[in-house]
Design a protein around this ligand. Sequence first.
Ligand code: FES
Length: 80
Amino acid sequence: MEVLRARGLPVAATCGGARSCATCHVYVHGGYGSVGAPDEDELDLLTESEHYRAGASRLSCQIQLQPQTGRLQVELAPQD
Ligand code: FES
């Protein structure tokens, strides 16, 4: 989420990364392979969205980039 915002993308992130707003919802292209699947609490929030996509949706504030993550392609999800 911070990387997206630093690049000027319109990520509201109104809760500041506290995992309560879902305004940082993204689709990770290529599935969860490089970043892992959401945990239960994140998944609960994501599945409340009409734009939820199984196998792609993540809250960008919960994605921790690591040196081994490599190139990551994400798409901003529409806001509910
Ligand atoms: S910034 Fe609110 S859930 Fe990610």
